[in-house]
Design a binder for this molecule. Sequence first.
Ligand SMILES: [Zn+2]
Length: 420
Amino acid sequence: MKIAAGSTLIRNGQMVDGTGAAAAPDAAVLVTDGRIAYAGPAAGCPVVEGVSVIDACGGTILPGLVEAHYHPTYFNVAALEDLDIKYPVEYVTLLAAANARLALECGYTAARSGGSLFNIDVWLKRAIENDVTVGPRLAASGREICGAGGLMDWNPDFRKIGMEGLILLVNGPGEARAAVRKLVKDGVEWVKTYPTGDAAAPDTNDHHTLCMSFEEMEAVVTTAHNHRLKVTGHCRATEGIKNALRAGYDAVEHATFIDDEGLELLLQRDVPVVPALQFEWASVEYGKEWGMSQRVIDGHKETLEGGAESARRILKAGGRIGMGGDYGFAWNPHGDYAKELTFFVKYVGFGVLDVLRCATKVGAEIMGRGGEIGTLETGKVADVLVVDGDVVRDVSVLEDRRRIVAVMQGGVVKAGRVAR
Ligand SMILES: [Zn+2]
């Protein structure tokens, strides 16, 4: 990805640096050759000749946001068929590129994929890195791994519909190993698995059901770690969360019904969690319109309440939480990413500075790039977001794209008012 040459000064705004520290009023951020040369009170900022200036309009300067559970290849999915048989790989690839551009325009300068159709993420990442197209710096996942008969194995065999674009179905540790080896060759960074079911499948794979055996999960982790890949999983059921942690998972998605023992295991290795909760609220709120049965909606309600309680417990215990939202469903569309942040403040009860830390610093750490991006600190790559509004007072300002002054990656302004 190109980096800027020369210096840019961002001034006339408060700064939230992403570490969780209080906002610094009247701050300045100086970017030189794509890196942060200064971030702090305007009064202490070095004077540079011939610098270009971005006026923050009395708003907020913060690190670019990190979407920690992103599905660029999901395209406002309304039914299961949308995920496997509706479109060919060619069209899904174009949709993914459009979604990536949208995420950047929304202030998301980095994202970790939560699973990809086909092997699109890997190539989307390459296209972004090579400036072929624009989007968040991406941590790529691939096809997701699920036990046969589990949540993602929804087409009856008589239909003879393969799921090779969406999922690698496994029976036993041998097949789990083979699936990971295929992903190693594909070039993914994260292996996404389905240890548990979900409220979406109340008959055979609900949110308290396990969809992979411990032996399968352990085989996934051993194989992935051998090739320096990381492993995460869709974990709702209490036992599934503990299986993932005991098997050595590097992250847990959702961690919906975590118990004391699970929390203990989580904290032992400081494993990050991405709850993705606004999705559950949206499912409860808009599910009827999209044909969800009352049973499914009730399941989402239980998931929402359980997930909110678990997130509060994890944060309070000092665990790490990333902000990512499974955007890409019809009732939870791309472009709404920042709703997750508002939701965590208003519904879950997190403080704004905590939420912003989760959405920047922790997100970068989950990607394995915490030393490079995620905070506004001297020496870091200049991925910066400037918004016209007081984000600390009202975090929902981030939902409004018209308020975005600048979205910067490596010091280059890629989106926002000043890019136009
Ligand atoms: Zn997901």
